[in-house]
Design a protein around this ligand. Structure first.
Ligand code: ZN
Length: 413
């Protein structure tokens, strides 16, 4: 029996596996039930024949990276390794196991039901991204059961906290775990016939405008921080237009530009009252960074622009604070790794595959930027990520399992 035939014959196991994973509500924040899910994932990897370890993030690191109310939610990362006789290179598969919080009324009652209906599995995390865990685990089981060896050494990591900042998840993994990958697949970002070869980065800043309070009956005696903020935000229009002229053409021909989203969070200072001149106003900036840019340059340029624009507005005093950033990721799809993956996707799906880059970021940059290895994104995906009635298609889960098995048994590095 071929691994593909095994996967077809065991689609029900894949569904059961995903249901088990979805029923552990690993909601982040705060980082719930990580202990349970990482034990389950480690057991599954071990059962598939991988040498498996679970790493507990040291308390000291938790304390420096997490807000105090999350210190009682321990973080873990799981690593499995399969050494293959004669193999020279190592292929690393990564997926995060945390999910975003839930709200609203779900079709099947609980958001963690794992209910199956007309070829879809419902529940938070089915699409983002526990379906990938299930597909990969079935692929590994298929290789073991059919006695077909991969052509590279295999590493698998299941990591924490992607939905917040990955610092103690994939960020920790690439810095501290005993891994030596030559190639990486982050199992999201690309789906269907689209393989992800890169993603945008991001710079998040918070801008505070400092005014001066006065009685609402004497606005002339104060400096209205809201009015200064409004002027500042309008003045950024010209910068937005100049950014729109900077372009990056993805391998599929899509033309992308850097973007600026202003005021995802905005606030007044304390003590705001209808009869008081506002003394403080603040807003966030979300600057998306193209794969051909760097976050350092983007931040420097943005800060300079904010300074210049504020200076041109009378009595507009601002301070700018960094919230966080994430590197962009890009690997040229001419590498043999990508060529082989494209063939695998085309062969399994019987449709031509394409290379894309994604607008949002995921954990690919930890491998592409930090470890500097060719990194692609591909998984079963699904619908309604981060929304009500998130779901994954059984057909896509099976297809991804076959694609992972196909890649492991054809790509030698
Ligand atoms: Zn995700």
């Amino acid at each position: 029996m071929s691994p593909s035939a095994y996967i077809d014959a065991h689609a029900a196991d894949l569904v059961a596996l995903l249901q088990n994973l979805v029923r552990v509500p690993t909601v982040n924040p705060p980082g719930d039930h990580y202990d349970t899910i990482t034990r389950l994932l480690a057991d599954e990897l071990a059962a598939a024949g991988l040498k498996t370890r679970r790493f507990t993030i040291p308390r000291a690191l938790m304390k420096t990276h997490l807000p105090p109310d999350q210190h009682r939610f321990p973080r873990y990362n799981v690593l499995g390794k399969l050494a293959v006789r004669g193999a020279k290179k190592t292929l690393h598969f990564n997926a995060h196991y945390d999910v975003v919080p839930v709200s609203g009324k779900w079709k099947h009652g609980s958001p963690f039901s794992g209910a199956v209906e007309r070829g879809w599995i419902y529940g938070r995390g089915t699409a983002d991204m526990k379906g990938s865990h299930a597909s990969l685990l079935l692929a590994l089981r298929a290789l073991r059961a059919t006695g077909v060896a991969p052509k590279t050494h295999i590493e698998v990591s299941f990591t924490a906290d992607e939905e917040t900042d990955s610092e103690l998840g994939a960020g920790w993994l690439v810095k501290h775990a005993p891994i030596r990958p030559d190639y990486a697949i982050v199992m999201e970002g690309g789906e269907g016939n689209g393989i992800c070869c890169g993603h945008n980065g991001v710079v998040w800043l918070n801008v505070t405008v400092h005014g001066r309070a006065a009685h609402g009956s004497r606005p002339d005696q104060g400096i209205n921080a809201l009015e200064k903020m409004a002027a500042l935000v309008s003045a950024l229009d010209a910068y937005k237009k100049s950014l729109a002229k900077r372009t990056f053409t993805a391998p599929d021909g899509t033309v992308k530009t850097p973007t600026l989203n202003i005021g995802g969070v905005f606030a007044s200072g304390e003590g705001g009252k209808i009869n008081t001149v506002p003394a403080l106003a603040s807003f966030s900036i979300d600057r998306r960074v193209l794969p051909i840019e760097t976050v350092a340059d983007a931040e420097r340029e943005l800060r300079a622009e904010l300074g210049r624009v504020a200076k041109a507005i009378p009595q507009c005093r601002i301070t700018v604070d960094k919230v966080s950033d994430n590197h962009p990721s890009f690997s040229p799809p001419s590498d043999a790794f990508f060529v082989t993956m494209a063939d695998c996707v085309t062969r399994v799906r019987r449709e031509k595959s394409v290379f894309r880059t994604s607008y949002g970021f995921n954990d690919m940059h930890f491998f592409a930027h930090h470890l500097k290895i060719p990194t692609l994104g591909y998984g079963p995906g699904g619908e309604n990520c981060h929304a009500i009635d998130e779901r994954a298609s059984v057909r896509e889960l099976v297809a991804s399992a076959k694609i992972y098995a196909e890649l492991m048994t054809t790509f030698a590095g």
